[in-house]
Design a protein around this ligand. Sequence first.
Ligand SMILES: O=C(O)c1[nH]c2ccc(F)cc2c1NC(=O)[C@H]1C[C@@H]1c1ccccc1
Length: 232
Amino acid sequence: ILGGHVAEPHLRPHMASLQLDGEHVCGGFLIAEQWVLSAAHCTEETDGKLFQVLLGAHSLTEPEPHKRLYRVRAQIPHPGSNIHNNKDDLLLLQLEEKAELNEHVQVLRFQREDRDVAADTVCEVAGWGTVSHSGRRPDKLYQVERPVLSRDDCNHRTRHDHTITRNMMCTDSRKKDTCKGDSGGPLVCNGVAEAVVTAGSRVCGNYKKPGIYTRIAPYAAWIDGVMASVAG
Ligand SMILES: O=C(O)c1[nH]c2ccc(F)cc2c1NC(=O)[C@H]1C[C@@H]1c1ccccc1
């Protein structure tokens, strides 16, 4: 997160850190007791290894009462996701067991109505991604508020030049922005997860390249289908 601040501890009990060998790779969030939603690109360099999912954390390294690392039983990238673009950049992870819910570990509901969030709506995004242009990695969860940018503005030729589909949305990226390591985390508007930070590599903090998110509502049926099909 660039230009943000350390989050209020445990005010985002839905936040997940996707880890490989104890290292944070991407964000994610709890959408059901045994399911985490994240971004498909995050699995690109894992050569088939499964993530572990850290829940209930504020600090990545310090011992905290409700912090717990869960093994993953299954990782299901959206079938349309690919390495060449940001399309369908969603990843579902089934935990080995149901997460133990408490004040620090909670499910966050996601938007099911497929209607654009109005431009200029101020949403918030949190993550353990880089907090400086030099790539400093934080220990604590950071957050930042960002206004939604209309798809037309975002698709301007000098910005993302007509690559933003109806299944994506944008936020202003002037100074305050998401960055590497924040991908997979939720964009929360009025307390509801509207979208997921895309994990395609992009410059951060440059107002010419707004933040890109995968809207969740268009994928509600896919998400429900996967959760219903993979034996609990
Ligand atoms: O965050 C992303 O956008 C992104 N997209 C990817 C694609 C492939 C892929 F193998 C990884 C990623 C990845 N995450 C990262 O590189 C994470 C490792 C870096 C990081 C940054 C800050 C703090 C901790 C760790």
